[in-house]
Design a protein around this ligand. Sequence first.
Ligand code: IVH
Length: 705
Amino acid sequence: MTATTPIQDLSPSDAKVELARLADLLAQANAAYHTADAPDISDADYDALKRRNAEIEAQFPDLKRADSPSEQVGAAPAEGFSKVAHAVAMLSLANAFDDADIAEFDQRIRKYLGLGVDAPLNYTAEPKIDGLSLSLRYEQGELVQAATRGDGAIGENVTANARTIDDIPQRLSGAPDILEVRGEVYMSHPDFEQLNVRQGEAGQKTFANPRNAAAGSLRQLDASITRARPLRFFAYAWGALSDPLSDTQSGAIAQLKSLGFQTNPLTALCNGTDEMIAHYREIEQRRASLGYDIDGVVYKVDDLALQGRLGFRSTTPRWAIAHKFPAELAWTRLEAIDIQVGRTGALSPVARLTPVTVGGVVVSNATLHNEDYIAGRDNKGEAIRDGKDIRVGDWVQVYRAGDVIPKVADVDMSKRPEDAVPFQMPTHCPQCGSDAVREPGDAVRRCTGGLICPAQAVEKLKHFVGRAAFDIDGLGAKQVEQFHADGWIKEPADIFTLRERYGTGMQQLKNREGWGEKSASNLFDAIDVSRQVALGRVIFALGIRHVGDAAANLLAIHYGTWEVFSTAMRRAEEGNDAWEDLLSIDGVGGVMAKSLATTFNQDAEIASIDRLVAHLDIEDAKRPDADGSPVAGKTVVFTGTLEKMTRAEAKARAEALGAKVSGSVSAKTDLLVAGPGAGSKAKKAADLGIETLDEDGWLDLIGAS
Ligand code: IVH
């Protein structure tokens, strides 16, 4: 018997062996896909294995295994970890790519803090470790919990696994009563290579790079597997703290080191951007001989009081930035250009490449952005790649920076085949045949099919069930695609009637290929659980152009409830008060506002949104840190000159305390903060009887004086 023996030729004992083999292979593929961030077989191969398994089971029903892959939906391993809500969110870092970005970072900080260009300002500079971040919680010096970053707010509890890592102390002496130490779990180059050799010898899967190996090793349900993997840990930050570690970043890192953590020896204190960039160059030079992967240098404002004043944007601190190393490059052949249709109808050309290894990862696709990019022009019509266009058959240079989709950097004209022709963007949607039009000023051609275009509908659905959106256990991109193809789900609202339609009756989910009694009932339950959902997730899940998850959360916090949000969006029209209010949100610009207003003005969209919302129980959004804040929920207006902080800082701090900052005084204003030179706003506030404070009064009120 071989893996391709026709099913009718299998003896019962062959079938039993074959079912065991398939169960193994599918379990391995599931683990790679859902947990190890690294699918190891193609979707088509996966489906073929699953089909063969189902066919053998149909032929030999008595041999169906207790752990039959037909009964499993997939993501089981990730479900095995309990969830941990981070006491202090685990944020990511903004990126910089060249020296000019660093100069801008420094200028932005000086401007925000009101510091002159020559005022001394220290930064720490340290390698950006390419691993995965981990938060370690110590109470009275005992390690009590370890959690991955997850979505920043909620991570996975990996305490048992973290306890197996030598670099992580189990007990600290002289530490604050509560101390959350944060840093990066990584694997060294020699350890990674030896692990792959061992995995290969044992017939187990090997890892594409040390980062994947570290992630796959830490996120093991069985901690004894983690123990056998050579993981290391560098500490570089902290979360909740009962007492400050120091008054500087560098002091705090030194303190972590004296408590017994590994801290990176290439951490330096730099005064100003010249010293920062000099240290970057030094680290870049030593990169190849460090023995572990790094992908840039992180700069942080050293003074922790200044860090506190600078605070955070929605997902990144204002006081830090990651200066990334230039991307890695490789040459390969462009075999074809395919067109993908996204959820907003954008036609995106994708390069299909002869697979090539770039910086340790096999690349076979690259983004080509849009037709101008392929033709060798940027969005202002200026030449890129010296004006060289990209044609099927060309030799192209591809690059990848970090985890982003690879891009094409250059074309080798000397190798261009004689019969290569310029690329023509289709003028019709390849999925639904509708006209694909390019509006003036838009670089992208879009399908006009809207809700009738199956590609847009599927992409919208996939977005809807994505991790930052509804994130329903057992309902991933693959399942949504299949349900859509069979007409079971046409729009998000249909997800919430699946139980009603396919839980009982003629056609039932449990009878579908790949599903069973248990997986079907688990899915219905998971869908029910997801009906209760945070406002920000709903706004993001709608998949409105230009509204990412950070913006969706800003909108949620600003409007508070679905009713207030949706009423405001339906009313918003360029120039009216709802429009101005929308634009007053720090982080919402004209383009996003327009996209929101347009969406909430289309009857078909509104009807589809209303059908969805009828199934949901949407939680109101709470402003961050609003508990106990004296200004939570209040509308504050600043006017006149502020002397102790810039206007940007005043606004950001008020918002961080849960206040809403408005530009104009109205009956809705709760508080006016007036500095010297306040004019008409102060008068209007007095006329309306609104409480007015000077800057010191405000600082007293928020406990910052
Ligand atoms: S500081 C609030 N320092 O990079 C800022 N992060 O791209 C917390 N990382 O999620 C992060 N080396 O996993 C910081 N020396 C370093 C780092 C570092 C690696 C990772 C970390 C973070 C990601 C952001």
